[in-house]
Design a protein around this ligand. Structure first.
Ligand code: PLP
Length: 351
């Protein structure tokens, strides 16, 4: 039976989600704050009124309008919605997956770019970042010229490193690239930098966003914005009804009051500074600058420290085996002030 499974699938390891039961969960860049009670009550009423016997709105214009307003999407840009941005990455790859076509990314970056290239049978080329995790402009542009990628992904800020890339280098990748260039702004709530204003200056630029890191990871909703000529084609590979009735209604209810999650994002940014300062005070810890809701840091014997944290009830992400340049690196999501204190104490004890 194994013979019928493609070899590039057989060599993959499934995306791993460790159990976090009973732990302080700081591994997945979730917003640690719940929704306020009044909003929960409104949400409950709205969800109770839905007709779950009916298929969802296949092209939810009202939801798109709310998303445009909440995220400041230029009115001229077209939108395609996905069941999380993961599904959008897959749709984009599916639409360009000619035999031999290449997906270009940087390493280390978000693992789904590479995994989804394998899912759809495309060749993935990853250009290494510099030791400080900045873009290696000359190598990247050389790869664009020699590989002629159909699809390029750049996360801005990058996951798992947390930094912003030089926008001028990104701009020259967009200009040089024969294919689509997707700037993945999953962490837009925690930075004021964006490629949205440049969207309509380039026929091949797409900006992807998600509500996951903003505070709605439990509903699966992402969007890609860009030229109608491109997104009209991408939309053809979207499965009908990909955003559920419940997800559509919940997103509309919460995002029509964007102040709630924006205020939480502002608190997370404040706590990011507190957490970074706490980490940098610990001997033997190197913390990297971050424009996202997590911090990457390096210690001696990261796997031992990770295990020490786990035994003390704190779950973060061990990246030490993810890429050679991440040797001894760990990633922690910014939590509530209390969670961050517990994490710093447990880290100190584990060190
Ligand atoms: C978390 C993350 C995503 C996934 O977003 P979903 O909308 O939850 O699928 C996409 N890109 C990057 C860079 C991420 O870190």
């Amino acid at each position: 039976m194994d013979d019928c499974i493609r070899s590039e699938i057989r060599v993959l390891k499934a995306y791993e989600v460790p159990s976090a039961e009973g732990m302080v969960k700081l591994d997945a860049m979730e917003n640690p704050y719940g929704l306020p009670e009044t909003l929960r009550a409104d949400l409950a009423r709205r969800l109770a009124s839905l007709d779950l016997n009916r298929y969802p709105d296949a092209n939810p214009e009202a939801l798109k309008t709310v998303l445009r307003q909440a995220m400041g999407i230029p009115p001229e840009a077209a939108l395609v919605l996905g069941n999380g941005s993961d599904e959008l990455i897959q749709m984009l790859a599916l639409a360009v997956a000619k035999p031999g076509a290449v997906v270009l990314g940087v390493e280390p970056s978000f693992v789904m770019f590479r995994m989804i290239a394998a899912f759809v049978g495309m060749r993935y080329v990853g250009v290494g970042l510099r030791p400080d995790f900045s873009l290696d402009g000359p190598s990247l542009l050389e790869a664009v010229r020699s590989e002629r990628p159909a699809l390029t992904f750049l996360a801005y800020p990058n996951n798992p490193t947390g930094n912003h890339f030089d926008p001028e280098v990104v701009e020259s990748v967009i200009r040089t690239s024969p294919g689509l260039v997707v700037v993945d702004e999953a962490y837009y709530p925690f930075t004021d930098r964006s490629f949205l204003p440049r969207l309509l200056s380039h026929p091949n630029l797409l900006v992807m966003r998600t509500v996951s890191k903003l505070g709605l990871a439990g509903i699966r909703l992402g969007l890609v914005a860009g030229p109608a000529a491109v997104l009209g084609q991408i939309d053809k590979v979207r499965l009908p009804y990909n955003i559920s009735v419940l997800d559509q209604a919940a997103a509309q209810e919460v995002l029509s009051r964007p102040g709630v999650l924006q205020e939480q994002a502002a608190r997370i940014c404040e706590q990011r500074a507190v957490l970074a300062a706490g980490l940098s005070r610990l001997a033997g810890v190197t913390v990297y600058p971050s424009a996202a809701n997590f911090l990457l840091f390096r210690v001696a014997q990261a796997s031992r420290v990770f295990e020490g944290l786990r035994q003390r009830g704190i779950l973060i992400k061990n990246l030490s085996a993810a890429h050679p340049s991440l040797a001894d690196c760990l990633r922690v999501t910014v939590g509530t002030p209390e969670e961050n204190r517990q994490f710093l104490q447990a880290l100190q004890d584990s060190l």
